[in-house]
Design a protein around this ligand. Sequence first.
Ligand code: 26W
Length: 830
Amino acid sequence: MSAKISAHTLLHSTVSETTRVGLSKKDIQLSFLEYLYYGIGRIPEVATPSDLYTALALTVRDRVFRRFVRTTGAIAEQDVRAVAYLSAEYLPGPHLANNLYNLGITEQTKEALRELEIDLEGLLEQEEEPGLGSGGLGRLASCYMDSLATLAIPAIAYGIRYEFGIFDQSIQNGWQVEITDKWLRFGNPWEVVRPEIAYEVKFGGRTEQITDEDGRFEVRWHPESVVKGTAYDTPVLGYQGSSMILRLWKAEASESFDFSAFNLGNYYQAVEAKMASENIGKVLYPNDQALSGKSLRLKQQLFFVSCSLQDMIRLHLLQGRSLDRFHDKFAIQLNDTHPSIAVAELMRILVDQHRMDWDTSWYITRNTFSYTNHTLLPEALERWPISLFQTILPRHLEIIYEINHRFLQQVREHYTTDDSLISRLSLIDESGERYIRMSHLATVGSHKVNGVSALHSELLQKHVLRDFAELWPDRFCNVTNGITPRRFLGLSNPLLAGLITQHIGETWVTQLDELIKLKDWAEDKPFQQRWKEVKLSNKQALARFIDEHTGVRVNPNSLFDVQAKRIHEYKRQHLKVLHILSLYLQLKKGMLPELPAYTFIFAGKAAPGYFMAKLIIKLIHAVADLVNHDPDVHDLLKVVFLPDFNVKNAQHLYPAADLSEQISLAGMEASGTGNMKFALNGALTVGTLDGANVEIRKQVGEDNFFLFGMNAEQVQSMKASAYQPHPIYENNERLKEVLDFLLSKKLTQGDSQLFKPLYDHLLWQDSFMVLADFQSYLECQEQIGKLWLRPEEWTRKAILNVAHMGKFSSDRAIQEYCQLIWKVSPIEVK
Ligand code: 26W
């Protein structure tokens, strides 16, 4: 018997039934104590909360690994095509509670700990979540991992192990203050380092063209520096079964490099090189939707992409497969353009290192990649100055020139000779300083390009990538985003999940369409009553949370109106603020006899360098200070800014919201996924016809969605006819009153210039047409206020919203990617 077989037999015959991976209360308890004693060297009496957390995490990790080993075994046996998801960002959220939920062992774990007089909730609070992303794109990647694992799709996700993730947000005197996120401070029990899985990545230097003895032309790259990437694996468990791996690369100094420096006797140079290498993985760029143009960011991109491609090629060759079948075995998804340098890097590896001819290499490359676009905002489309690119990636620049040359030649031969069209298609922007357009590289190097909602995909093909869509219509498609119902309903809203399961069974957890059965209960009075009780209880919990974190006391019976997302002018948090101020001013004048009690809740981070977004945060706090302390308000209005919006905090918000604010200017929000999370938890939506709102409204029905504002077409035509906000201000009394109030001493505690930049911008530019949509928003909010006063009707609509959310499961989205784009099928896991 070979060693391999005996280990396998051993695992199945004994270990699976024993403590180490058992799922009973006793097994969990024993494993936990073992980890505490022998893994950490502590007895319960003196263990810190962090020790206890770590011991429990390791206990659970064993059980996760057990499933992971099973999945990888099945993938290896079945020789299938696998997905590789390349993303510069992930936001997995806290692991422990999710893994307990997906393993189905929350109750026995709670009990096992309770017997040891340890409170599970307290331990869950200990966890520091990996903030390896800045917003929607990173969270989407993590929802997709949950679904890939749950559906048993052979897949691996690659990214960067940033030492500092997205900053922690604290508020001082109403202003955002950024604090470095030291998430690895107490160690990370969920990851396993794989020192043997490491690759070198080259940067800088020069290239040399030579002809070898056989007359073959080849290019040699003499880099200036080499960085090593080491794999850190985190298993991601699907719901009750299969699992996958998140492989993050940590940047380190390459031994070969600093040894040479040592040999030359230049110790300081060696140490400096080492530090420069480690810098690559130090920090996540916290901007969303605006590029920083920093060379370190470009280095990060090549770094993780190169390690990932080298890893895939190693795995491919390890299986004894030939490289010209690479695209048969890997479908690589580019999560936005951040990893799109992969197109040039794969070409480099095939052509320069494996000496494959250009055409074959290009065929493989194009059939391997597909690209998802997540934004239409011009300032968010990545482009790199040629000068900078040349210094950092000289060989990749040559390859991109060659790709471009061949591409444009083809265009000229078969499509058009129109020079202006050709320059629009080019991978290089030559209108001023020369830039590489990364979205063009990704589009040319992929066989499929998709947007993330029906509207966004349409606009992508009509505007941003129009010329390409006309050239290759079949290359473009849509996959509307989705969210995992495990984390965003089952785990974070156990009361609602329990109520739903009681009435329609629990199949919704993996087949979200089943929620449609709730339709039959929408009019049922006792069910409505239970529904309301669940919501109230979630709101009471959030009220306690708000009190603890902000000191503001809110009334759980008031309408919880929530806007939680990155702070950005296009998302129009300031439109919400204008509405609140308008209510306040009316109330002061005694003009609102039938006003419901409101709690307005905001949460979200602003990019550290984004002045206007930070000013909006300050404005929200100024309004809160004024409104929350004015005795005339009689607690009818409360304004709260919940600091440090992240996955963990979000899980408290979604279950407690009555109203979800999705009020971006139409045509700006690619999809949104918060909109789905709120609706799935029974909030009604007030929104524009933007991103996935359009599809949510279609699913839940027009009567169950509060629509306002211009649509994307109206926005376009108003922009085309030179939009002027000032006349709108002049002609709308209420608007004028609120806007002028932005400069009042009451709001600004004397400094009437404080919000002047915002005021001026709204009056004279108003890039996101807040003024144009103001009146429509106000009227819509009036309808909302009226409906709130009819609680049964409100609840009926809330139930119908949840009933129609099936489409927005990330399971559906992943199945579409599998069929439309990846051509990948699930594996069988025994
Ligand atoms: C180069 C700087 C930069 C960084 C991040 C530009 C753009 C980004 C992301 C693409 C921004 C982002 O997170 N986009 C969001 O992606 C979500 C998932 O598809 C969508 O739901 C959101 O609408 C979109 O804003």
